[in-house]
Design a protein around this ligand. Structure first.
Ligand code: SAM
Length: 222
């Protein structure tokens, strides 16, 4: 098996299951045109996030790492009227592209994109009384994953779902000697999840159009 096969099968899944979506296609085109990296989730992964949010009955969603708002749109579309996605983005240029994409999707009334380092904006969410969130999607700088887990728990309730993206790091997540700060951040994130009696968690490896990767999934039990 190789990347060609994984991409071919992902395209088959997307063609079979996901209707053409001009708004999402335009979001990716605008992201490319603005020179943003293609670090957004794949369409079938976006649909997975959407389904998780629906299964969870999420009304309040926290996303850490907006980029061009692609995953944000998938998540916001899962909300009932009156719901909210708060999405945190450090790069003002990314946030501006995201805002335009979210507006085109007709979702501006449901999405609040906050510009700034998430470690600085997360405490404000607590102060503003926006918690608890029903679902948290962690998809930003991996060295900060341990702090993002800590904040997710502070902003959670019993039953909150916490998803962490890109946790495989080309397999290096299983290397205790890695000196890569991203790997170390993800490994510490796993250690903290494992040690926390409030959490029940798993992680799944994936292949697809985005290569070899994986995500973690946890629920707050208490
Ligand atoms: N969730 C997006 C999607 O799937 O469409 C992709 C997010 S991309 C993987 C990671 C994003 O996190 C980038 O836009 C990056 O600028 C942002 N980021 C990196 N460090 C950050 C930080 N300290 N605080 C907030 N956002 C950060």
């Amino acid at each position: 098996m190789n990347q060609d096969t994984w991409s071919r099968v992902d395209h088959y899944f997307c063609d079979a299951l996901l209707p053409d979506d001009p708004v999402l296609t335009a979001a990716l085109a605008d992201s490319d045109a603005a020179g943003l990296p293609s670090h957004h989730v794949a369409p079938n992964q976006g649909q997975l996030l959407h389904l998780f949010a629906r299964m969870q009955g999420a009304k309040k969603i926290l996303e850490i790492g907006t980029l061009a708002g692609y995953s944000t749109i998938w998540l916001a579309r899962a909300l009932p009227e009156g719901g909210q996605v708060v999405s945190l983005e450090a790069n003002p240029r990314n946030a501006e592209v995201a805002r335009i994409n979210i507006e085109r999707a007709g979702l501006s009334h449901l999405v609040d994109v906050r510009v700034g380092r998430a470690i600085d904006t997360l405490p404000l969410l607590a102060d503003e009384g926006l918690a608890p969130f029903d679902l948290v999607f962690i998809d930003a700088d991996k060295p900060s994953n341990p702090q993002y887990l800590d904040w997710s728990l502070k902003l959670a309730r019993k039953g909150t779902v916490i998803i962490g993206d890109n946790v495989v790091r080309n397999g290096e997540v299983a290397n205790p000697h890695s000196e890569d700060a991203n790997v170390q951040g993800v490994r510490r994130f796993f250690e903290l999840m494992a040690a926390n009696p409030r959490l029940r968690a798993t992680a799944i490896q994936t292949v697809g159009s985005k290569g070899y990767d994986g995500f973690s999934l946890a629920i707050v039990e208490g």
